[in-house]
Design a protein around this ligand. Structure first.
Ligand code: ADP
Ligand code: MG
Length: 334
């Protein structure tokens, strides 16, 4: 069964950035206002994320990495209305099968922080001869997740990573996406051993400030704010999009559906189409779109490796959003 788990986990987490995405979502779900991310060797040697969220109770540590351990579904009905998708109580379990996982956590009611180490879904001793039981340590409220030696037991996968900088760039890109989206949350990201941070966003920064710091003033100075919703399709969309003064060779689309960073070829194509009458021939926009859809309408059963998301009335919803953006663009154009 461990081989099966290892293969399943390796399918879900193909690169360090996939593990990091899950850890960021967990930290944000825990109500954190500060996320500190550290990576070594493109996240393969070390990925560490420290948050100041609600923490995990000591009693929950023993089963934390069992598949389907989740505090986010409490009743069967929740399953159809769950706002998260892709993984349901599988991220930490998966990581524990393909890396060395250490969790240090403190709730605000606990005097001590507790540190637990996991292997293959279960508590394991941090060092040979030691107890596998969680250990009381000093610490601040919140949770620190440390993932070391990712894919240590899948040699072929590990070898496939030729460039640490490429993997780190994927990490920075993902952190940057969440840093734009998560209002009220501060982010830092750096390479282990380096004093300078690669990304640093204050908790109180506005969305435009976030975009300015991550993507530059040339984008931030040309943004249009948009917001639209339609009850009959059960959606609400908002975000920022560049006007016709801004144009680059490649579209940047920061897409969030129900606060999860996802991809949608349909949405991307439709947006590019919308811009084609406003921009020069090879020109493309920058778009940050946060879409909230009744969770019951989002396909929660997509395979985790598929980052593409689908939802009911996709065509109608995309059309409504693009028409709204088109109106905004046209109003500035005049
Ligand atoms: P899911 O997020 O789908 O519930 P995970 O495997 O990602 O599954 O996490 C399992 C559980 O561990 C979560 O439901 C949550 O209760 C707890 N947890 C994970 N990370 C954190 C964190 N950073 N802060 C507080 N609780 C956490
Ligand atoms: Mg999770």
């Amino acid at each position: 069964p461990n081989v099966v788990n290892k293969i399943a986990a390796g399918e879900i987490i193909v690169a360090p950035v996939h593990a990091l995405k899950e850890l960021i979502e967990n930290a944000v779900d825990a109500g954190s206002t500060s996320l500190e991310i550290l990576a070594k060797d493109g996240g393969l040697k070390l990925l560490q994320i420290t948050d100041n969220g609600c923490g995990i109770q000591k009693e929950d540590l023993a089963i934390l990495c069992e598949r389907h351990t989740t505090s986010k579904i409490t009743t069967f009905e929740d399953l159809s209305s769950i706002a998260t998708y892709g993984f349901r109580g599988e991220a930490l379990a998966s990581i524990s099968h393909i890396a060395h996982l250490t969790v240090t956590t403190k709730t605000k009611d606990s005097d001590l922080a507790w540190r637990a180490t996991y292997q293959d879904g279960k508590l394991a001793p941090a060092k040979q001869g030691q107890s596998a039981e969680p250990k009381g340590v000093a610490g601040r409220p919140g949770t620190q997740i440390t993932v070391e030696d990712l894919f240590y037991n899948i040699k072929a996968r590990r070898k496939a990573f030729r460039s640490f900088p490429d993997e780190f760039n994927k990490i920075i890109d993902m952190v940057g996406r969440y840093a734009v989206h998560c209002k009220g949350v501060g982010f830092t990201c750096k390479k282990a051993g380096e004093s300078s941070t690669s990304l640093s966003i204050q908790a109180q920064a506005t969305v435009i400030d976030r975009i300015r710091q991550i993507h530059g003033s040339s984008v931030a100075n040309e943004l249009l704010n948009f917001e639209t919703s339609e009850d009959r399709w059960g959606f609400k969309a908002e975000g920022y999009t560049t006007n016709a003064n801004y144009s680059v060779k490649k579209t940047t689309l920061l897409l969030f559906i129900n606060h999860r960073c996802v991809e949608s070829t349909h949405i991307k194509k439709a947006i590019e189409q919308t811009y084609s009458t406003f921009l020069p021939k090879q020109g493309h926009p920058f778009v940050y779109l946060s879409l909230e859809i009744d969770p019951a309408r989002v396909d929660v059963n997509v395979h985790p490796t598929k980052r593409e998301v689908h939802f009911l009335n996709e065509d109608e919803i995309i059309q409504a959003i693009c028409e709204h953006i088109e109106t905004k663009l046209a109003a500035v154009d005049k």
